[in-house]
Design a protein around this ligand. Structure first.
Ligand SMILES: [Fe+2]
Ligand SMILES: [Fe+2]
Length: 284
C-alpha cells in the first residue's frame, strides 16, 4: 500500500558522526544516571490522562483504561531498572491493557533485553501489545525482537488486528508496521478482518498513520516517534521528526502522539517531559 508509506529520514554521515560523538560523550559523563534522575523518577515522569467520551459506545466498555508506553530507546540512556518508577505508577493506577508504540531500542536489537523484564512486570488483564518503531528495524532483526517480546508476554502486532471482549462486547486492537522502515507494509490488512460496525483502536508508531490508516469506526490512534520534539526550542526542535502536536482529530478518531519515555542523541528533554499516557474510554 504505497500511499501509506512515508519516506525514511536518512541523515548525512557527518551529522550521524556528530550525534554519535555527542552520545558517547554524554554517556561517559554519566548521562544515563542523569536522565533517570531528572526525567524518569517519580515526580518527574508526567502522567498524562486522555479521556475519550464516545457517543454510542457500548456501556460494557465504559471505564476501559489502557496505558501507553512509547519510545523507550533502550541503550545508552535507558537500561535495566530505569523503568521501575513507570512500572510502579502503572501498577498503582490499575489498567486493563498495555500498549507499547515502538522504538523499544536505539541502536542494537539486544538492547531490548535491558527493558523486557520491567515490561513483563506490568499487570494488564486484557493483554500486553506492541508495534515496532523505526529504530526497531536496526540490523533487520525484527523477528528476534518480536520473539523476545513474545517470551515476555508481549504480542507485537504487524498489520493485524485482535478482538478484545468485555462481557461479550467486542472492540478491536489493530497494529501496523512502521510507515518508514517496514519492508512489507499493508497497514489496512488488519482492518479487513473487522466487521464494519465494530470499533477499533489503532497502534502505529508514526503519527502520520492517524491521517491515512483510520477506519470510520476507529476510536483512537496511539502513536509516538516525535518525542514531543525532545528539545522544544527554536531551530533545535527541527532536528527531530515533524511533530503534529500531542493530539489531533482524524475523522471520529482521536490521535494521541506520546512524548515517550526515552531519548536519542543526548540525555536531555526541554519542554517535552517523558510521559506515560493513560487512555480511558467513557460513554458520552
Ligand atoms: Fe523514538
Ligand atoms: Fe521513531
Amino acid at each position: 500500500m504505497a500511499s501509506h508509506r512515508v519516506a525514511p529520514r536518512r541523515h548525512s554521515l557527518l551529522r550521524r558522526a556528530v550525534f554519535r560523538t555527542l552520545e558517547l560523550g554524554a554517556r561517559a559523563l554519566g548521562g544515563r544516571a542523569f536522565y533517570r534522575r531528572f526525567w524518569l523518577a517519580r515526580g518527574r515522569l508526567v502522567l498524562r490522562e486522555e479521556v475519550l467520551r464516545i457517543p454510542g459506545l457500548d456501556p460494557r466498555w465504559h471505564g476501559f483504561t489502557l496505558a501507553q508506553l512509547s519510545d523507550l530507546h533502550a541503550g545508552p540512556f535507558l537500561a535495566r531498572g530505569d523503568l521501575a518508577p513507570a512500572v510502579e505508577l502503572i501498577g498503582q493506577r490499575g489498567i486493563d491493557l498495555l500498549a507499547i508504540t515502538g522504538d523499544f531500542l536505539t541502536h542494537r536489537m539486544e538492547d531490548i533485553l535491558l527493558v523486557i523484564d520491567d515490561l513483563a512486570r506490568i499487570r494488564a488483564p486484557m493483554g500486553r501489545f506492541a508495534v515496532l518503531g523505526n529504530h526497531d528495524y536496526r540490523g533487520r532483526r525484527e523477528p528476534e525482537l518480536i520473539a523476545a517480546c513474545a517470551r515476555a508476554g508481549i504480542r507485537v502486532l504487524v498489520d493485524e488486528a485482535v478482538s478484545l471482549e468485555r462481557a461479550g462486547a467486542k472492540l478491536w486492537l489493530r497494529g501496523i508496521g512502521d510507515l518508514e522502515e517496514a519492508r512489507l507494509l499493508d497497514p489496512m490488512a488488519g482492518a479487513q478482518a473487522i466487521p464494519q460496525d465494530e470499533p477499533d483502536i489503532l497502534l502505529a508508531h508514526h503519527p502520520r498513520a492517524g491521517r491515512s490508516c483510520v477506519r470510520a469506526r476507529t476510536l483512537a490512534v496511539l502513536s509516538g516517534h516525535t518525542h514531543g520534539t525532545q528539545i522544544d526550542l527554536p531551530l533545535l526542535r527541527r532536528l527531530g521528526p515533524a511533530h503534529p502536536g500531542l493530539r489531533y482529530r482524524s475523522g471520529s478518531a482521536l490521535v494521541v502522539v506520546s512524548r515517550g519515555l526515552g531519548v536519542v542523541g543526548v540525555p536531555l528533554r526541554i519542554g517535552a517531559p517523558a510521559e506515560l499516557v493513560f487512555l480511558r474510554l467513557e460513554c458520552a
